[in-house]
Ligand binder design. Sequence first.
Ligand SMILES: Nc1ncnc2c1ncn2[C@@H]1O[C@H](COP(=O)(O)OP(=O)(O)O)[C@@H](O)[C@H]1O
Ligand SMILES: CC(=O)OP(=O)(O)O
Ligand SMILES: [Mg+2]
Length: 366
Amino acid sequence: MRVLTVNPGSSSVKFSLVEADDTVRARVELSTGGADREAERVLASVARLPRPDAVGIRFVHGGRDYTRPVVIDDEVAERLHELADLAPLHQPLSLYALGEIHRAFPDVPTVACFDTAFHATLPEAAATYALPAEWRERYGLRRYGFHGLSHAYAARRAAELLGADLSDLRMVVCHLGAGASLAAVAGGRSVDTTMGFTPLDGLVMATRAGAIDPGIPLWLLAHGVPAEELRDAFEHRSGLRALAGTGDMRTLRSRAAAHDEQAVSALAVYHHRLRGQAAAMTAALGGLDALVFTGGVGEHAPETRRRLAADLAYLGARLDPERNDAARGDSVISPPDAAVAAVVVTAREDLEIAAGVRSALIRQVQ
Ligand SMILES: Nc1ncnc2c1ncn2[C@@H]1O[C@H](COP(=O)(O)OP(=O)(O)O)[C@@H](O)[C@H]1O
Ligand SMILES: CC(=O)OP(=O)(O)O
Ligand SMILES: [Mg+2]
């Protein structure tokens, strides 16, 4: 079965044609610079792709309804539309992709694969917000967590690279891209994560601030800032972009290397938050066996990895500087005797989506 996978991220849309044996026949990555703003341009090319046997689309939010991949029928499509405003940077583009796919390939089965599904195993204590019970019940307020397709793949692949059994490992998986989150993974299961009810929580990201005092939006609303402006600022005009004018880590690293003060201090804020939340993940695990880096920044920014490992040296994290600088694709970057292993894994949400498509279609015929 040949599966077309569609992965709308906040800075890119990625398509892959994945064969039954997981070889990828074609891969296209389009940079959008704000996916929800340029959907039409990006998806105009869908109809020109070769016809697949099935399609898998990444939906970041499955809400309370979906904790595994699901074949999209009219009822599921309606529910997915209702969940759209929970992830306004991503979900509208997934829905737009769904429409285009149906138009281009009307009788090809299409499956929704969710970022939130991997985090369905979060213990209640980690998932629960101390907010009024009535709201939690009525609105489904809880920590859902995101990037689950990436975290799940990276955790499995890291265990393979370390020649270890996934069930024996306590890992902090760092998905650092335009959006960024950490997952505490114990024995292959997510037990804590930094994103919450929406993908705005947690780490400092390219255009999102991550965790902020909930009093800030209340105060701004009370002082006349309209809700729509808050949303736009929180999604598009915060994070590294707000601190240094750009969310692109390549640019920031080269500016910081040239002693640009704004870039240096933006990276200091980024790393302060990353260090604190990584430590919180290790607390949820009760220790740490491996640190796993994935996502555009995690894969390609050795300086980001170096700094986090140095910040966690007190827990036993240590990199081999040469391996860290030379890492291209999947590789172990810690010395053999490090107490905490460190691994780089190329993000392969496409393979995770293709596997989800196969499992949902098999379930459907059983
Ligand atoms: N060579 C590099 N050095 C540092 N950062 C990089 C490099 N290449 C890509 N990145 C970062 O990766 C980010 C994109 O990551 P990615 O995981 O593809 O994003 P998303 O899926 O959220 O759209 C870019 O914003 C850029 O900052
Ligand atoms: C959930 C999320 O933020 O995804 P991405 O990093 O792909 O934008
Ligand atoms: Mg991504």
